[in-house]
Design a protein around this ligand. Structure first.
Ligand code: PRT
Ligand code: ZN
Length: 292
């Protein structure tokens, strides 16, 4: 088997699980070429000095913190729970979830102080402990390895503290999310020593620039429209673009074509405003990369 190259950067990503596919997709959208056949141990990038290691997500913060790898992609929840000393380089816009305290329907919990003297089951004892301490609550943490949601029905605990994304698991177990402890998404993390190493830092910066441009592009759409010349000023205010929109005169009356970019989040609001300002023939297309 080919050996890991000592000069290459190493990035650890989840081998299988909720973040695995999206982590690989991000790396390949960033232009990295590699084979992923069965994600055995690691992949070598053909066009960038990077080796990708496939590991369990719980190991990623410690591998990054102790320098086994230079970079990692992992949920913020894991970093918070392990209180890892790693540098967060970039939020990656996937793997969204929240840590909640959730209680059974028949338990009347309205204020945080109602949690006093209860037993709370969790796989996040550190995060839960911090939350309880901050709110001066004396509750007992029951640390479990998994299947936390069934703890109340087994009388192991009164309520739970767990990750929620759709909320279906809680619902299926007669639990309601009540107190949100934090929100989480996948992040790119780095070993602080790697950032202090000149040649590694250079390649980390190159990779980070590519990753940022993929994320930015995903959040942004390219927009083309026609508008009467008298509306140009108003439309520039709605879609200012990176520097300013491109404006092209058309061979028809006083119409111009305008090209610009618009943030996905406010997309529909912008379209409504553009129509009011007289825009017609609005075309929108995805952007593959956005380098700024
Ligand atoms: O095998 P390995 O150790 O690598 O994986 P894992 O099983 O420990 O982790 P995995 O793949 O379940 O989760 C990886 C990361 O995905 C987490 O660290 C979070 O950052 C993120 N994530 C996003 C989630 C969820 N959504 C999620 N819904 N992690 C876990 N869940 C679980 C949750 O614990 C609960 O059991 O899904 C259930 C609730 O889901 P909903 O959709 O019913 O609310
Ligand atoms: Zn795990």
């Amino acid at each position: 088997m080919e050996k890991l190259n000592g000069n290459n950067l190493k990035i650890a990503i989840q081998q299988k699980g909720r973040l695995a596919e999206k982590s690989l997709e991000l790396l390949s959208l960033a232009g990295l070429e590699f084979e992923t056949y069965k994600r055995r141990l690691y992949s070598r990038c053909r066009n960038f000095p990077l080796d990708i290691l496939y590991v369990r997500d719980d190991n990623i913060p410690e591998y990054v913190a102790d320098g086994t790898v230079d970079l990692g992609i992992v949920g913020e929840d894991v970093i918070f729970e392990q209180q890892s000393k790693v540098k967060n380089l970039e939020k990656l816009n996937f793997g969204y979830c929240s840590l909640f305290i959730a209680c059974p329907d028949n338990l009347d919990i309205k204020n945080i102080s109602d949690l006093n003297n209860l037993k709370i089951a969790s796989t996040y004892p550190n995060c839960l402990g911090d939350f309880l301490e901050k709110n001066k609550i004396k509750a007992k943490t029951i640390e479990l390895a998994g299947s936390v949601e069934i703890a109340p029905s087994l009388n192991v605990a009164d309520c739970i503290c767990d990750i929620v994304s759709t909320g279906n698991t809680l619902k299926n177990n007669g639990l309601n999310p009540i107190f949100k402890i934090f929100e989480s998404q996948a992040v790119l993390i780095a070993d602080k020593n790697s950032l202090n190493n000149k040649s590694k830092k250079k390649n980390i910066d190159r990779l980070l620039m590519r990753i940022k441009s993929v994320i930015k592009a995903k959040k942004t759409k390219y927009i083309m429209l026609n508008a009467p010349a008298k509306s140009i000023e108003e439309i520039i205010k709605i879609i200012p673009g990176i520097d300013s929109p491109t404006i092209i005169p058309l061979n028809k009356g006083d119409l111009v074509a305008m090209h610009s970019v618009v943030e996905e989040e406010i997309f529909w609001e912008v379209i409504e405003k553009l129509k009011k300002a007289g825009a017609t023939g609005i075309l929108v297309s995805p952007i593959e990369k956005m380098i700024i």
